[in-house]
Design a protein around this ligand. Structure first.
Ligand SMILES: O=C(O)[C@H]1O[C@H](OP(=O)(O)OP(=O)(O)OC[C@H]2O[C@@H](n3ccc(=O)[nH]c3=O)[C@H](O)[C@@H]2O)[C@H](O)[C@@H](O)[C@H]1O
Length: 450
């Protein structure tokens, strides 16, 4: 045995076994103690370093993210969010593959709300022309989740990966922006629906205000900063009576909380453009409809109820005046979105610092020809070949506006936007999709003919 081991294992003086034994245990105890102290010291130093790092990140960015077992946790100044996504080698690979453009100088786009109505259509259009993109969607149950999953499936078949997470997850953003150099963000995730704001007001604040700020924070911190195109709404015109609605008209009289949060988004966009040099384009969508649409919207829920033989409520304004909307077909909206991405100037900042003035734009994307709700119902009856059971009722005080009508000359001039689908043609396409998707048999026994 080497001397050191002998010395350490046995008492040095025979006959003093007890004393020596106690001294042996004393030495072991003292060594254990000093090892524990050293460990404690190292651990304390580690904790101190982590705390300093977290404080630094919160002070700098307003958020911090921590990874535990592949799952990220975002600590924002307003609370902690458990990331729904789990980053691992396979996940990172799917993101990178999905984001790789298939054409020269193709865009690299992050599409929020990708499993949504407009998001899924825009994603397919970008993929089709060879851009790289990855989607994100929280798959909430505001309307049937199975429809969102079906859209996700459709995107996956085209090689588009949709991350399942909430736009308030700052940890996801920082991870994604470190992984991929996004040229653009197409922000379509939102709490939609005008009347639902009466039931669940905080969901509008969560998605349309807090979520937007979380996203802008990530974009302004990114290096390079992407250009952002995002969905505002025709509802910002609120009680405006000047027709058609132009971008320069007043938008300070929102009639619903939904409209107010979209208007807030436009002001927040101004701030991030002004301070950080983010290039931002807001698109005011006018009642978008079409295949793969939103079941909460009137044209969709009317279709479902007409086919079931259930009565539909047709709202009317003061003096029994019909309500009207500038219904806009999804394919026209997609062209407007892609036009906005293609013409967006680059952001000028980097790493949270502005380097010069950046582009800030707002466009109406409408159809320019409003149609009343009773005419919408007539067209549905025609394409469904079923008579509706109509109940005309006074418009409830729930945030609705009497009419919308877009002036799109600005979008026409700058985005080459030109709507080409009238409501009749668009509804025909919607009905064809609806009957197929829900497997509605077009036989006399299942559909009452007019
Ligand atoms: O452009 C927008 O910014 C918004 O467009 C859409 O809102 P709206 O124009 O209100 O569409 P939608 O609900 O289909 O009601 C259509 C018409 O049917 C009437 N309507 C509605 C329901 C009903 O039961 N009866 C009825 O008459 C109703 O009074 C209205 O006149 C989006 O949902 C919204 O997310 C936002 O994007």
């Amino acid at each position: 045995m080497p001397p050191s081991v002998v010395q350490d294992s046995f008492p040095s003086t025979p006959g003093k076994v007890k004393v020596e034994r106690s001294s042996y245990f004393g030495r072991v105890a003292s060594r254990w103690h000093s090892t524990a102290s050293a460990r404690l010291l190292v651990f304390s130093a580690f904790l101190l370093a982590v705390t300093i790092f977290i404080c630094f990140r919160i002070a700098a960015n307003g958020f911090v993210d921590v990874y535990i077992g592949g799952t990220a946790y975002s600590s924002t100044n307003g609370g902690t969010i458990r990331s729904a996504y789990r980053s691992d080698h396979l996940w990172d690979k799917k993101v990178r593959q999905s984001c790789t453009p298939k054409r020269e100088n193709g865009l690299v786009v992050l599409v929020t709300g990708a499993a949504g109505f407009v998001g899924s259509h825009v994603s397919l259009a970008l993929k089709k022309r060879g851009d790289g993109l990855v989607g994100i969607d929280n798959f909430n149950d505001y309307y049937e989740v199975s429809l969102k999953r079906a859209r996700q499936e459709m995107l996956l078949k085209q090689g588009i990966f949709v991350i399942e997470d909430d736009i308030n997850d700052a940890a996801l953003w920082s991870h994604l922006f470190e992984m991929v150099r996004f040229t653009h963000v197409m922000h379509l995730a939102a709490q939609a629906g005008v009347r639902y704001a009466m039931q669940n007001p905080m969901s509008y604040v969560h998605s349309n205000v807090a979520g937007l700020v979380t996203l802008f924070e990530a974009c302004k911190n990114a290096n390079p900063q992407p250009a952002v195109v995002w969905a505002s709404s025709s509802s910002v015109y609120g009680l405006n009576t000047k027709v058609p609605f132009s971008e320069s008209d007043r938008t300070d009289q929102p009639a619903s909380l939904y409209a107010a949060t979209k208007k807030a988004g436009e002001e927040i966009a101004h701030t991030y453009n002004h301070i950080y040099g983010l290039s931002i384009t807001g698109l005011r969508f006018f009642t978008v409809y079409g295949p793969w649409g939103r079941p909460d919207m009137a044209y969709f829920s009317f279709t479902r109820d007409i086919l079931k033989g259930k009565p539909i409520n047709i709202y009317q304004g003061p003096h029994d005046k019909d309500l009207a909307r500038d219904f806009t077909f999804i394919d026209d909206i997609v062209k407007g979105c892609v036009g906005a991405l293609d013409t967006a100037g680059e952001s000028t900042g980097s790493g949270g610092k502005k380097k010069g003035p950046a582009m800030l734009r707002l466009f109406n994307l409408g159809n320019t020809s409003p149609v009343t709700v009773p005419v919408l119902v007539e067209l549905l009856e025609k394409h469904l070949k079923v008579k509706a059971v109509k109940q005309f009722i006074k418009m409830p005080r729930n945030g609705d506006v009497p009419f919308t009508h877009a002036n799109v000359s600005l979008a026409q001039a700058q985005l080459a936007y030109k709507p080409t689908t009238n409501l009749d043609t668009g509804l025909k396409k919607f009905v064809t999709w609806y009957l197929k998707y829900y497997n509605v048999q077009s036989t006399k026994s299942t559909r009452r003919l007019l």
